[in-house]
Design a protein around this ligand. Structure first.
Ligand code: PDD
Length: 281
């Protein structure tokens, strides 16, 4: 079954899909996006992703898109690809116009999508747990909006890989731990599960929200609280959450083992609960 793209209302092969060079997403990063995973032929949390896409667009004063039409286009693309386990990327730019920082309110938002096979997280990584490094958060002040301006994320991820780690975690100037390069971060401290509160400095992750709910279901206390890098080093467990990350245990930070350096029971339990909820197991 094919991997496909959607551009200007048409479905076509990804290698044939092109956008105009004056798309503002391309020239200014003036675009927002979502990435949705499917499990067993169903797009997980699709409505929550579309809600967030609408919030991102509204926050940047994009004209709104007809939800039913977008949902129909997504369905058509996803069904045509026929991939049970897929990643659906949706990007909406403000529109196409001669290059000018200022924009006109009557531009037409441009929707592009791709649907591709989604690889499972390597079992070896899940078994050993991930290593992360901390990096200064050089991103802009509205990380709650899911824009395509991802250069700080890209460079941080690449730095992590070059240093032999699996990912990087953004830390504020005052030491507050924020989130991963494409994931939210949780830690376990004295039996409580903690994660950064929803502010403009982190993305309100869809998986984060599901995991908070799963904590309740699993009778785990979960609190949205700030914590710093020293608390992270001293955590009993750490894990990252995201659409592609699911629940990924972290066993070392900046080369220091977390607790005994092994995957912890809370991360393991929440990972299983998430996979069950998504219909993946
Ligand atoms: N990224 N934080 C950041 C900075 C992210 O980019 C993402 C997701 C998350 C997790 O959000 P969610 O649970 O809604 O996927 C948190 C997607 C997967 C990406 O960039 O492809």
């Amino acid at each position: 079954m094919p991997e496909l793209a959607f551009v200007s209302g048409r479905i076509l092969a990804i290698e044939d899909a092109v956008v105009p060079i004056e798309d503002r997403g391309y020239q200014f990063g003036d675009a927002v996006y979502e990435f949705i995973a499917s499990y067993g032929g169903r797009l997980f949390q699709a409505d929550a992703h579309l809600d967030r896409l609408e919030r991102s667009m509204a926050a940047l004063d994009f004209p709104s898109l007809a939800r039913d039409r977008l949902r129909g286009d997504i369905r058509r693309l996803y069904d045509r690809a026929g991939l049970e386990r897929a990643g659906l990327y949706i990007q909406v730019s403000r529109g196409v116009a001669p290059r000018n920082h200022a924009f006109s309110a009557d531009l037409t938002p441009q929707v592009v999508m791709t649907v591709r096979r989604l690889k499972e997280i390597p079992p070896a990584l899940l078994a050993r747990g991930a290593a992360v490094i901390t990096v200064a958060d050089l991103r802009w002040g509205r990380c709650d909006i899911k824009t395509v301006q991802l250069l700080a994320n890209v460079l941080a991820k690449q730095r992590a890989l070059s240093s032999g780690a699996d990912d990087a975690v953004f830390v504020a100037g005052d030491g507050t731990v924020r989130e991963g390069t494409s994931s939210n971060l949780f830690m376990v401290q004295k039996g409580r599960v903690l994660t950064h509160p929803l502010t403009a400095h982190i993305l309100p992750g869809i998986t984060r929200a599901v995991v908070i709910e799963l904590c309740r279901q699993e009778h785990l206390t979960c609190e949205e609280r700030f914590f710093d890098r020293d608390a992270l080093y001293a955590a009993d467990e750490i894990f990252l959450t995201g659409t592609t990350t699911e629940v990924l245990p972290v066993v070392s930070v900046d080369g220091r083992n977390i607790a005994d350096g092994k995957v912890g029971p809370v991360a393991r339990r929440l990972r299983q609960a998430l996979r069950r909820r998504a219909g993946g197991d």
